[in-house]
Design a protein around this ligand. Structure first.
Ligand SMILES: [Zn+2]
Length: 174
């Protein structure tokens, strides 16, 4: 069936367009192009909104950590559910203290609070940047499988090691 007949059945004009696409005057072509453009714009705007929202949350969180010291138990900070229930440090325990330490240039204290996160911070920063770039483009991205499994395995080992009796690098509390 030729395109002219298809357009007639759809109630469109007699002009059928060319191989490069339907004509601008075609109702079907206009709808197709409109849906495509609207869809692309929606994804892009949605992506940027999410990116700005995420960046705002990060800036607020980092700003709070710059002025509030998580080492002080009297300062309002989220409580780790793993630590609360089991008494063991999870892989991320000490992470907020680590950010506070890094913001104040205290590398040694940062290593004490969470050595694993400190060593992984370049990878984490790269993954956050990669994710933010994808969101800004309206795309989806995944952490490469080998990297995800590698990080998960390392986090598991780190959890065991940091909870061994005598492990010297425990998160600092004042
Ligand atoms: Zn924890």
């Amino acid at each position: 069936m030729c395109l002219r007949r298809i357009f007639r059945r759809l109630g469109g004009p007699d002009t059928a367009g060319t191989a490069s696409g339907p004509p601008e005057s075609s109702p079907l072509g206009w709808v197709d192009a409109g849906v495509y453009r609207a869809g692309s714009r929606a994804i892009t705007i949605g992506g940027w909104r999410r990116l700005i929202l995420g960046a705002s949350v990060c800036v607020l969180g980092v700003g709070y950590l710059a002025v509030a010291d998580p080492h002080d138990p009297d300062v309002l900070m989220p409580i780790c559910p793993t630590k609360l229930v089991t008494g063991f440090d999870c892989p991320a325990c000490g992470g907020l203290r680590l950010v506070h330490d890094l913001l104040h240039g205290q590398l040694r204290a940062a290593a004490h609070d969470n050595l694993f996160m400190l060593l992984c911070s370049p990878v984490l920063v790269y993954l956050i940047w990669r994710q933010a770039r994808a969101i800004g483009r309206g795309e989806h991205t995944r952490v490469p499988g080998s990297l995800a499994y590698g990080l998960a395995g390392a986090a598991l080992v780190w959890t065991v090691v940091r909870n061994l009796p005598g492990w010297p690098l425990t998160p600092i509390s004042t």
